[in-house]
Each structure stands twice: as C-alpha cells, then as structure tokens.
Design a protein around this ligand. Structure first.
Ligand SMILES: Cc1ncc(C[n+]2csc(CCOP(=O)(O)OP(=O)(O)O)c2C)c(N)n1
Ligand SMILES: [Mg+2]
Length: 275
C-alpha cells in the first residue's frame, strides 16, 4: 500500500485509514500487543472457513496470519493469551517478534530472563531466532514458518534479533539511558549495506540496478513528503461517527459538547480544537 496513506494514521488524521481487505494488511493498533489477539482470532476464523471450503470440495490455497510485535510488547498479557489460544487450537499464525533490544528506555534484559524465542517451547510450538539484520535469512524463516502454519502444523514464534539504532520517537533521547558504543557497533551491521555488499560480491546486481534503487527511493521519499505535508487537519466528526455502526445517544451528546467546545476557539480554523 501507499506509504503516504499509512502516515495519515501517524499524523492523527485517520483512525485507521485503509481497507484491510485490499492488500490483505490489517490496520495498525497503537495498543501494544493487541494485534496478537486479533491475529489469533483471525487465524481461527481462517481455520474454520477452510474446513467448510474443503468439505465443499474447494482446493483453494491455504492462508495464514503473521502478527508483528516488539520485544517490549512481548511482556503484555495479550501475547501470553494469544499464544495459549494459538497452541490450543493449532491456529495458522506466525508470531514475529522484532527484538530490537529496546522498548523506549527499557532494555530487553528487563523484559525477559530467557531468549525470547525460547518462550515458544512453553506454549508447545517451535520458536526460532533469526539474525534480524540478515534480510535473506528473515525472508527464508518467515516463508518456512508461514508454510508450517498453512499446512496445519500450527503456530511458530520467530524472534528477529536486531537493534534500534535511532531514538524511539522524536520525543526520546537515547543518550540518557544507553552507551553510544552500542549504537555504533550495531550501525556496522546495517541490513541494507549488508544486502548491497552481498549482491555486489555475488555478482547478482550491477551498478545500474543500485542506481535505479536510489532513483526509486528518492522518488518515493519525495512523494511521501509532499503528500504528508499536504494533508489537511483531522475531521473530529469522523472519530465520533466511527464509534458504533448505529447512532448512539451518548456519542451524540459527546459530539454536541465537543462541537460547542471547538466553537469556542474564535478566529482559529473550525477544526482547531481537534488538532
Ligand atoms: C498497552 C500499551 N502500553 C504502553 C504503550 C506505550 N508505548 C508505546 S511504544 C512502547 C514501547 C514498545 O517497545 P517494543 O515493543 O520493544 O517496540 P519498539 O518500539 O522497540 O518497536 C510503549 C511502552 C502502548 N502504546 N500500549
Ligand atoms: Mg523494541
């Protein structure tokens, strides 16, 4: 999907923003780890649909779900519950934990006393640690895990071992809680540089290819910048309209209050209070 479309959510302009069915890509949840529960529920739905389809003689390719979450998110109860359910129902789901060593200022050692992939053993399904800075290895492991899930062999936990070289957000200052030496050593393992070196060494891509990648990248960046900068402020009425499918008196009451409150911002844009 268009990255600029996705950034509407980050700008607070949209509560979701895209149609999950269009690209088979679900909406983000800002509530850490909630997506693992959604994924297992969805995977259990797939499982039931497939049983019905097979009973009706269908030979359609089988589907599975991948749920992405961080090392910090792995401490949430939601992850535990979803792994219990995934194992109990042998759900076609791949849990992909991006262990980038940090959850804002909290290091992974605080989140877990064992390597994260080992947790899968306790739930009764395979757990694999992969070098998260090795693009090809991550792709291969994900493909294997998805095939495992699609074939009805149950869930898999992948731990992609990597590092967050930058700050968590623009409001975060990593110099307050970690040594820059750690950052520098991981910068040397940059996955893109590494892939480029590999492709060059193996003679799999020539200079023209890398030049094209640079041109495409610059074009995409320019598109994302101009589209994002051109986005209008949020329409707060949409937030109220999306709470329930049917009108609800309490929502209507709260919207009326908010409209009155917004109207108090004399001289500002109509949407001023919603920004
Ligand atoms: C349930 C919940 N608690 C707290 C937060 C605030 N929060 C946002 S990101 C974050 C850290 C996430 O760390 P990690 O899962 O390691 O993901 P990373 O940012 O490293 O990709 C926290 C605590 C939240 N969004 N949801
Ligand atoms: Mg993290």
């Amino acid at each position: 999907m268009d990255l600029a479309e996705l950034l509407k959510l980050f700008r607070g302009i949209s509560n979701g923003g895209w149609d999950p069915t269009e690209n088979n890509f679900h909406l983000y949840t800002l509530v850490l780890a909630a997506q693992t529960l959604h994924s297992v529920g969805y995977a259990m739905g797939i499982q039931r649909d497939q049983k019905l389809a097979e009973a009706n003689g269908s030979n359609d390719p089988k589907a599975a779900v991948v749920a992405y979450f961080g090392d910090g998110a792995s401490s949430e109860g939601d992850v535990h519950e979803s792994m219990v359910f995934a194992a109990s129902y042998n759900a076609p789901v791949v849990f992909f934990c991006q262990n980038n060593h940090w959850a804002i200022s909290v290091p992974t050692e605080v989140q877990t006393k064992v390597p994260l992939f080992n947790r899968a053993k306790g739930y009764g399904f395979p757990g694999i640690r992969v070098d998260g800075n090795d693009v090809i290895a991550v792709h291969a492991v994900t493909e294997w895990a998805l095939e495992h899930a699609r074939e009805g062999r149950g869930p898999v936990l992948i731990e992609a071992y990597t590092y967050r070289v930058g700050a968590h957000t623009t409001a975060d200052d990593p110099t307050k809680y970690r040594e820059s030496a750690e950052e520098i050593s991981w910068r040397g393992k940059d996955p893109l540089d590494r892939l480029e070196k590999y492709l060059r060494n193996e003679g799999l891509a020539d200079e023209a290819f890398f030049e094209q990648v640079r041109v495409d990248g610059d074009k995409l960046a320019a598109h994302v910048r101009s589209t994002t900068q051109g986005l209008q402020g949020p329409n707060f009425r949409e937030s109220f309209a999306g709470v329930y499918a049917e009108p609800h008196p309490l929502v209507a009451e709260e919207l009326a209050w908010f409209e009155e409150y917004s109207a108090g911002f004399e001289g500002n844009e109509e949407e001023g209070a919603g920004n």
